[in-house]
Design a protein around this ligand. Structure first.
Ligand SMILES: Nc1ncnc2c1ncn2[C@@H]1O[C@H](COP(=O)(O)OP(=O)(O)OP(=O)(O)O)[C@@H](O)[C@H]1O
Ligand SMILES: [Mg+2]
Length: 271
């Protein structure tokens, strides 16, 4: 079986779409310990594209994501989203972390509305209720709008936080190991949900993950990072057809792509 399709640096399916995120010559040195976490990162995300980043622990993935989200200033370089430099948190950026971080004293619906309430006030949040309910329906939580997070399973809480991320129609989804706390079956389900939501919303997504299978099943491109200092060393275009299905994981081609990335990562490896 040839690996040509997966390995070449030819451009992916979304390569001809409009650039959404443009990152150039990005470096980050943490002042506290003079640690260079990132050096010379160059990256373009196109409209509707799904890109993952993999690399060993401490290689700078979260640092990159936080800079892209406007939560951390870069030391050098530029981050431009939809033609405007990112200088702080923005409505058009949705972020999701490893933990669901729902507020326990608010219902699922109130949690989903929270970003709108915080940024635009109570009446804007009220006006957004129909959209929040639509989103909850989309992820199969239509009947759980009025329950509190304590009554949701881990996977349901993750799905609720996907809705909270999507409520402000972000142009970009930045995902930092969002499903790593879930069991394998729930995680498979969430991966397929994420694919469906991204397709329906035409969202552009950037995912940090330690699971190579998750990166391959979801992505148009995978960026491989190496540490000290953190940098992107390789880009792999994933040529599996869309929509992706869980059955693809068992094909020889899928296995070849995962093995190729594992080789690139070397001994610092992964699961
Ligand atoms: N606030 C900080 N101050 C100083 N150094 C930091 C800070 N945050 C991260 N670092 C350092 O920057 C490097 C990259 O950290 P980062 O969290 O980006 O790694 P990561 O690739 O996300 O790792 P993991 O896979 O374990 O989540 C590490 O060496 C870490 O010690
Ligand atoms: Mg991290």
């Amino acid at each position: 079986m040839t690996m040509e399709g997966a390995m070449t640096l030819t451009e992916g399916p979304a390569a001809h779409a409009r650039p959404v995120y443009q990152i150039d010559r990005l470096s980050k040195t943490y002042a506290r310990n003079s640690l260079t976490a990132l050096t010379d990162v160059k990256l373009t995300l196109h409209k509707g594209e799904f890109v993952s980043v993999v690399g060993s622990s401490g290689c700078g993935k979260s640092t990159l994501l936080k800079i892209m989200a406007g939560l951390l200033p870069p030391t050098k370089g530029r981050v431009v989203l939809e033609g405007r430099p990112v200088t702080g948190p923005r409505d058009d950026i949705g972020m999701m972390f490893q933990q669901a971080t729902l507020l326990p004293w608010k219902t699922t619906l109130q949690n989903v509305l929270l970003p709108i309430e915080m940024r635009q006030g109570r009446s804007a949040a009220k006006a957004a209720i129909p959209r929040a309910l639509d989103l909850l329906q989309l992820v199969g939580l239509g009947d759980f709008a009025n329950v509190f997070p304590g009554e949701l399973s881990g996977g349901m809480a993750q799905r609720a936080s996907i809705c909270r991320m999507l409520i402000s129609n972000p142009a970009v989804l930045l995902l930092d190991e969002p499903f790593s706390a879930l069991d394998e079956l729930t995680r498979d389900f969430m991966n397929m949900e994420l694919q469906r939501i991204c397709a329906e919303q035409q969202a552009t997504a950037f995912l940090v993950t330690h699971s190579l299978a998750e990166a391959v099943i979801l992505s148009d491109r995978i960026l491989v990072m190496k540490p000290r200092p953190g940098r992107i060393v390789e880009e792999i275009v994933i040529d599996l057809p869309r929509p992706r299905t869980l059955e693809m994981v068992n094909t020889p081609h899928f296995g070849d792509i995962v093995a190729h990335i594992r080789d690139l990562l070397g001994k610092e490896a992964f699961q």
